[in-house]
Design a protein around this ligand. Structure first.
Ligand code: PA5
Length: 444
């Protein structure tokens, strides 16, 4: 099954030199990944993770998820960046965007991914009258946004349940031994799960980082790991026959031709958070050293009525990658209406998925004609297995693509700059030195 890279409509955009580049780029990236001698090679744990993961830890995750579902109505997942986007993307893709309104499951909300007081107030209000557990996730254990949210929810749980029961309702996912969060968890007796040393945040969804909230939400984590495992085996070969390298090489060939923005296109609202996960994966991995494809996303057909205009006729620095599923997750048949007052009888009894498919074909051809190259990534269906497969596919493509671009796809040095400024402006001990100078540059 797997992922098929369709490049038929792309061919007019690529010449013989580009085709030679594709081969060369795929070979170079494979060599660095397999030889484990590229930049950031200390962070390649995700490559073999579907095979090498710690079975005992995974069993504890399942047990904790069962306990959370048994004792709670609401799970608050606290984390930012790679510490929450994977879980959010899986839960929305598999349980649907309305998952929290469904009667059959635990409600899962996310916190610590922003600094909004109203978001926090509304979330706390939602917890009233419901049984609550918290999973706080931070590899470093020191990130400000989740640390603030955790302080608030820890106090909330302690006030509601008392310290001892609160400790039973708090689950911590962090480094094996380092960091403030690990020290706090040990002191308070919280159950802890490990973010492996050799896996960075945005490559961590298959570890306990993603697995605990995803399992608690009632999704099939076994099928996710099985999909990722098959992807690991099927995407191991060198060359362009490997879809991960093919996709990575195509996007770099387009980038070299001035197509500096890639838009990941989906035709399902349930895919929107997966597109956010993809944006973080590629944006943080590639955007550095003055280089990188800017990752954007759209949900069609919704955004055909907004961003569609720009894509069709705006600046020609774009290409699209369409994530297309051959089978719809669900079906709905358009009803007949003999009166035909709406003029829609040509669609009588047509499945909605067929209309969606025609919208995909129409936009693909229109955008290609408008000068926007389209790569199509085809998968069979939306389910837990395919989610795991896609995660591994994109992680491997992203690592390879970073190497093709000549950057370290596993670090994020640029994220530090705003933090240093924010700590200085907030007066954090050890950072306050240039506070006056920073403040003099701000308006009042
Ligand atoms: O991909 C990454 O490494 C980052 O996006 C991190 O996940 C994010 O900054 C959160 O870091 P931490 O898990 O240490 O709190």
């Amino acid at each position: 099954m797997g992922i098929k890279v369709c490049d038929q409509t792309l061919r007019t955009f690529l010449d013989a030199r580009d085709l030679a580049y594709l081969e060369e780029a795929a070979a170079g990236a494979h060599k660095l990944l397999v030889g484990k001698n590229g930049a950031g090679s200390d962070f390649l744990g995700w490559l073999s993770y579907p095979e090498t993961y710690d079975r005992a830890e995974y069993a504890r995750v399942q047990e904790a998820a069962r306990r959370i579902r048994e004792t709670s109505d609401v799970l608050i997942v606290i984390g930012i960046g790679g510490s929450y986007l994977g879980a959010l993307s899986a839960i929305e893709l598999l349980r649907g965007r309305f998952h929290n309104l469904k009667a059959d499951g635990l409600q899962v909300f996310f916190a610590g991914n922003n600094l909004s007081a109203s978001y926090l107030n509304e979330l706390l209000a939602l917890c009233e009258g419901r049984e609550v557990s918290v999973n706080v996730i931070s590899k470093s254990g020191t990130t400000t946004e989740p640390a603030i949210a955790f302080r608030i929810f820890k106090q909330y749980l302690e006030q509601r349940y008392g310290r001892a029961e609160a400790a039973q309702r708090i689950y911590v996912t962090t480094d094996r031994e380092k960091g403030t969060l690990k020290a706090l968890a040990d002191a308070e007796g919280y159950e802890t799960f490990v973010v492996p040393d050799d896996i960075g945040g945005r490559y961590s969804v298959l570890t306990s980082v993603g697995m605990l909230p995803i399992a608690a939400a009632g999704c099939d984590t076994g099928a996710i790991l099985s999909g990722a495992g098959d992807a690991m085996r099927e995407l191991a070969a060198p060359g362009l026959a490997n879809p991960a390298y093919h996709y990575a090489a195509l996007r770099n060939a387009l980038y070299r031709k001035g197509k500096t923005t890639e838009i990941l296109v989906g035709y399902e609202p349930d895919l929107v958070s997966f597109q956010e996960w993809w944006k973080q994966l590629f944006g943080e991995s590639e955007g550095k050293d003055g280089k990188g494809i800017f990752p954007a996303s759209v949900c069609f057909s919704t955004d055909l009525h907004s961003m569609g205009q720009y894509i069709q006729q705006g600046l020609r620095n774009l290409f699209e990658t369409v994530l297309f599923f051959r089978q719809p997750k669900q079906e709905y048949i358009i009803p007949c209406d003999d009166a035909n007052a709406d003029g829609l009888s040509f669609l009588d009894r047509m499945p909605v998925s067929r209309v969606n498919h025609r919208a995909f074909e129409a936009a693909l051809l229109a955008h290609t004609d408008g000068g926007v190259p389209n790569i199509v990534l085809e998968a069979e269906r939306i389910d837990a297995y395919t989610y795991g497969y896609l995660v591994y596919f994109f992680e491997k493509a992203c690592a390879a693509s970073g190497y093709m671009l000549g950057v370290n796809p596993f670090n994020q040095p640029g994220v530090e700059d705003y933090k240093v400024n924010m700590f200085a402006l907030l007066g954090k001990p050890g950072y306050a030195e240039n506070r006056t100078q920073l403040e003099s540059r701000l308006w009042r």
